[in-house]
Design a protein around this ligand. Structure first.
Ligand SMILES: Nc1ncnc2c1ncn2[C@@H]1O[C@H](COP(=O)(O)O)[C@@H](OP(=O)(O)O)[C@H]1O
Ligand SMILES: CCc1ccc(OS(=O)(=O)O)cc1
Length: 295
């Protein structure tokens, strides 16, 4: 079912009640049939939770801190985006199929929509969660500049759209809860954007250990320095400057926008904040997950 149909607006379809880009829905049988391998590492995030950041960290670890090797391609081309489909470009599934093992892949899919072969193959999952308020703000600005997603409308309109889960990849609440509840039953490292921001060295060490890599202190320091917001914003291989303007129009809002914890305070009204807190309490009731919304 198309959720957005106005004019030339990109439309969203649905799979099992989850809004997804229409091109992803069209490609759904290929996505569900994807054959994961036991040595795949899948980076899983709700949109705007630090996907690009963790991709660069994982790539630098995989390349043992060799910065030049991580310049081989733009970040969006290094790790296939599993559910991405924009014909006539090769789909994420096709790109992953052509990639040598061990593969690092990425997805925004909620756990219940993941192709079953990921569970059957006992793959590794690296989930990064970001607090809902900053996610909302980041997604709003991203939808303003991303020509493949519906226009967000005004801030007040988007606030309602986000809390009702009528955004691509669905409800933040259900996404985070779904992956959090699985964390102890599969091979998963669950990280928080805010922790990486507060203590990048410690969190990067967790990723190294999870990937089975043992890098020395100098390499670790290089990775910390190379993955600061400022460095990644200036790096053409991470800042999406190579993405066509027909996909990302960075004159509207840069992909590397602010990279901070707490930008929600510059957007939420007092009334919106109170309402959001109440909805958060209801939707996250009974879960043990804890987020920090300011550093
Ligand atoms: N090295 C880094 N440090 C902190 N934030 C980063 C970062 N690299 C990207 N980000 C932020 O992560 C968000 C993008 O997430 P994703 O890669 O999942 O689309 C953006 O948030 P903001 O819009 O709040 O600035 C972006 O600025
Ligand atoms: C959140 C979905 C999305 C869409 C387009 C993107 O741009 S890029 O093709 O990866 O440069 C990123 C994420």
């Amino acid at each position: 079912m198309a959720l957005t149909t106005a004019g030339t607006q990109p439309s969203l379809g649905e799979v099992a009640g989850i809004p997804l880009p229409a091109t992803t829905v069209d490609n759904w049988p290929q996505i569900q049939g994807f054959k994961a391998q036991s040595d795949d590492l899948l980076i899983c995030t709700y949109p705007k939770s630090g996907t690009t950041w963790i991709q660069e960290i994982v790539d630098l670890i995989g390349q043992s801190g060799d910065v030049d090797k991580c310049q081989r391609a733009a970040i969006q081309h290094r790790h296939p985006f599993l559910e991405w489909a924009r014909p006539p470009q090769p789909s994420g599934v096709e790109k992953a199929g052509a990639m040598p093992r061990p593969r690092v892949l990425r997805t925004h899919l909620p756990a219940q929509l993941l192709p079953p072969s990921f569970w059957e193959s006992n793959c590794k999952f690296l989930y990064v969660a970001r607090n809902a308020k900053d996610c909302l703000v980041s997604y709003y600005h991203f939808q303003r500049m991303n020509r493949t997603l519906p226009d967000p409308g005004t801030w007040d309109q988007y606030f309602e759209t986000f809390i009702s889960g009528k955004v691509a990849w669905g409800s933040w609440f259900e996404h985070v809860r779904g992956w959090w509840e699985l964390r102890d039953s599969v091979r998963m490292l669950f990280l928080f954007y805010e922790d990486i921001k507060r203590n990048p060295k410690q969190e990067i060490q967790k990723v190294m250990k999870f990937m089975g890599k043992n890098l020395d202190g100098a390499m670790l320091d290089t990775i910390v320095q190379e993955t600061t917001f400022e460095k990644m914003k200036a790096n053409p291989m991470t800042n999406r400057s190579t993405a066509p303007k027909t996909v990302l129009d960075q004159s509207i809002s840069p992909f590397m926008r602010k990279g901070i914890v707490g930008d929600w305070k510059n957007h939420f009204t007092v009334a919106q904040n109170e309402r959001f807190d109440e909805i958060y309490r209801q939707k996250m009731k009974g879960t043990s997950i804890n987020f920090c919304t300011e550093l």
